[in-house]
Design a protein around this ligand. Sequence first.
Ligand SMILES: C[S@@+](CC[C@H](N)C(=O)[O-])C[C@H]1O[C@@H](n2cnc3c(N)ncnc32)[C@H](O)[C@@H]1O
Length: 391
Amino acid sequence: MSADPEVAQTFAAAAGAADLADWLTKADQWVTGMYAPGHVPSPAEQALRLAWEFLVRRVSASLQRAREPGRLPASGGVLAFVDGLNLCLVVDYRFVLETPSLRVIEAIKAPRTVFDVVDTLLHRPHETRTELKRMLQSSHRLVWHRDVLIHVDRREEPNVFGPSIDTLHLDELIAARFAHLKVDEQPRRVLELGTGSGLLSASILRNMPGVDRVVGVEIEAASAFCTHRNWRANTEDLPGVLDRKASLVIGPYRPDVLAGSFDLVICNPPYIPDDPAAAEIDRQQARTVAVAGLELLDATLRASSKLVSPGGKLLLVVSSVSPPAYVSAPEGFTADWVWGAEGMPVLFEVEEVFARPAWLKRLVDAGGLTLAGDYYEHRLHAVWMTRTEAA
Ligand SMILES: C[S@@+](CC[C@H](N)C(=O)[O-])C[C@H]1O[C@@H](n2cnc3c(N)ncnc32)[C@H](O)[C@@H]1O
C-alpha cells in the first residue's frame, strides 16, 4: 500500500482497477490470475502480489493466534486498518481446520469511525450489504491494526470500550514517534492508564521490542480480562514477552498503586463531562465509566510529575466535548498539540449519550458536538506532553 496518490494510481492501473481500494476487493481472484499458466507478471503486478500475500499472511497469523485462547468463532469479519488509517478493509474470514481463508468484501476509504459503513450500506450491491449486515449483527468485534488483532466478545464483555477510532489514532501517533527508532532508543518503561480492550498496550508489546516493561491499569474487571486475553494472543509467538514484560492492575488508578516512573505514559481517558442529572446512576454503570467523567484525566494530570520520568512523555487525548481548555501542560512539562487548535474531526458514536437527549443537547449547546449531515461529529485533540525538568 502507498499513501502517495500517484504511486497508488500507477499500481492500480497495473492491476486494471479504478484504485487500490477497488483492487483490494478483488485481490484474491486477481492473485490467482497471476499464477495462470503462461502469464508473465509485470514488476508492478509482482509488487502488488507480494503486498497482498504479505497482508494475508499477517492477518491470518493474527487470527490463528487469537483462535488459540478459544473464543474466536470459526468464521466472521475483521476490520483491518491499513495504509495508516486511510483504508479500512472489511475482511471475511473462514477457518478451514487451522488456516483461515480471507476475502476483502469492502474497502472503506478515510474511515471516520471504526465501522464507517453507513454510506457503504446504501451504495453497494445487495450481496455486499448482506455480508456487512451479518458482520454488524455479530457479537464479535475484531479490529486489526499494525499487526495487532483485538477481539471483543460483546456477549460476554458488553462494557468493554473500543477499539475506537481514537484508539487507532493514538496507535498511529505512538508508532510515528517510536516504532522507527533503534531498539535502545525506544522507551523502556511504559504505562497505559485505562487499557479498555488492550490495543495500545498490545501494540507496544508486539511492535516495540525496546520496551522492557508495560504496565496497564483498568478499573473494569471484564475490560482487564479482555486486555489480558488480547495481550496474550498478540504475544503468543514472542516467547516470554507477556511473562517478562507485562503486568496489569485491576482497579481504579491511584498514585499509590504504582512504583517508579515511566518513559511513556498513555491515556485515552473518558473525556465526556458527566451528565449532571444522571451522574449518580451512571457511576453504577461500567459502560458509562468507560466514556464519561473526568476523574481519570484529572488524576493523570495531577500525578504526571510522579508518573513520567524526566525527559519522558505523556500522550493524552481529549475532545471538543471536553470542557474548553480543560487540559494544560502541568508545571515542568511542554505540550505539543498534534492536530493544532482545529483537532481531528471524527464521528461521535457514544450510545450512552444518544440514550440521554438532555445530555446530548448539553454537549451540542456547549459547541463541542456538531451535526454533519445525519451524523454527530466531534474533534479529537491529542497532546504529547514532555517532562522537561531535571530529575
Ligand atoms: C475511553 S476508554 C479507552 C480504552 C483504551 N485505552 C482505548 O484507547 O481503546 C477509557 C478506559 O479507562 C477505564 N477507566 C475509567 N476510569 C478509570 C480509572 N479511574 N482507573 C483505571 N481505568 C479507568 C475505562 O474502564 C475504559 O476502559
